[in-house]
Design a protein. Structure first.
Length: 133
């Protein structure tokens, strides 16, 4: 609705103008300057705009706060992803993925570097070493 529409609505609500459009147009035409907008019309328009902006901000803020899923590709069909690795398979040293982006899951392939650059995160692999005595 335009400012003129709000002003016309205001005139009808204030009973300054008859309810039918034809009679209302006649009343508006009798006004000294139809192009000028009253302070009340401007205040009403600003109130509606401010209310809409507030609602938009609150909805946007709530949508932005939703928790993002960290695993977007590994075994999504399972309710819970749990892997086990035999200690003998680890050997001397092995790096395990913690960013959930590796093509060699559960082992790290360095994909976290691109993930960190893209998101500003600082995730790295879990490195398991065996101690030789």
């Amino acid at each position: 609705m335009t400012i003129g529409g709000f002003c016309t609505l205001s005139l009808v609500q204030d009973h300054c103008c008859p309810a039918t459009p034809g009679e209302c147009a006649t009343e508006i035409a009798k006004m000294p300057c139809q192009s000028q907008v009253s302070g009340r019309c401007i205040a009403s328009t600003l109130a509606v705009l401010a209310g809409g902006a507030l609602i938009g901000y609150v909805v946007g803020y709530k949508l932005a706060q939703r928790k993002a899923r960290c695993n977007s590709k590994i075994k999504l069909d399972q309710k819970k992803v749990a892997d086990s690795v035999d200690i003998e398979d680890i050997g001397e040293k092995k790096a395990f993925c913690r960013c959930w982006k590796s093509e060699k899951w559960p082992y790290c392939d360095g994909t976290h570097g691109a993930h960190n650059k893209e998101t500003g995160d600082n995730v790295g692999p879990l490195i398991i070493k065996s101690e030789k005595k």
